[in-house]
Design a binder for this molecule. Structure first.
Ligand SMILES: C[S@@+](CC[C@H](N)C(=O)[O-])C[C@H]1O[C@@H](n2cnc3c(N)ncnc32)[C@H](O)[C@@H]1O
Length: 198
């Protein structure tokens, strides 16, 4: 898809498309998220699905046993996702000026960070810090620099860039080289990072 940034563009995306046709649509829980939760034997807690879009990942977290809040900058996305269930707290919220007051044990970002403009990454990080419990986990999945293409669409994030940007505030427990399973073939190359606040 073309360049997407800012509220209006995201609103257009969700107004004009059915969610199951969007490239990132994945009905099942993301394979890396699933494995990480399994390995750590985490099944419950307060989770935030940040940039929830279609809401499928939030729904899977709910089914696992989490208490889930899910935010997106797009009102249409949130309205649509809300039809999935009443048991998730779906909220229109921009992570760059978040109004959330709660703290979470788990924040999942599947595909939001890589759309944030480079000059706004620090704001993103400060806000994530405010929303995460001191022993909470951030699961971040983004396109990697092994995925061809630049400029438009999601930023390609290298492992060293991720470390540079997050290192001051977050302890990076792992960065996995993986793939984004959705509607694109072949699957875009991705990074999956697990972090904690320092
Ligand atoms: C690639 S999609 C991924 C959607 C969803 N996480 C999933 O895995 O299906 C990125 C999402 O981030 C949302 N988004 C972009 N910028 C945002 C911001 N500043 N605050 C909150 N959500 C944002 C978009 O509206 C979009 O739904």
């Amino acid at each position: 898809m073309g360049m997407v940034s800012g509220t209006r563009d995201w609103e257009e995306v969700y107004k004009n498309n059915s969610v199951d046709e969007l490239p990132w649509f994945r009905k099942k829980l993301d394979q890396d998220v699933k494995k990480e939760l399994n390995d750590r034997k985490i099944k419950s807690g307060d989770a935030l699905d940040l940039g929830t879009g279609p809401g499928t990942q939030a729904l899977e977290l709910l089914k696992l046993g989490f208490n889930v809040a899910a935010t997106d900058i797009s009102k249409s996305a949130i309205n649509e996702a809300h039809k999935l269930t009443n048991d998730i707290d779906f909220i229109v919220d921009d992570i760059l000026q978040t109004k959330l007051k709660k703290k979470f044990d788990l924040i999942l970002d599947r595909g939001c960070f890589h759309t944030i403009e480079p000059e706004e990454r620090k704001i993103y990080i400060q806000n994530i810090k405010k929303l995460l419990n001191s022993n909470g986990l951030l699961f971040l999945k983004c396109f990697s620099d092994k995925e061809p293409g630049t400029g438009s669409g999601p930023y390609r994030i290298s492992e060293s860039l991720l470390r540079d940007v997050f290192n001051n505030d977050f302890l990076i427990e792992k960065i996995l080289h993986t793939e984004f399973k959705g509607k694109r073939t072949p699957n875009p190359k991705a990074l999956f990072a697990v972090m904690k606040i320092r």
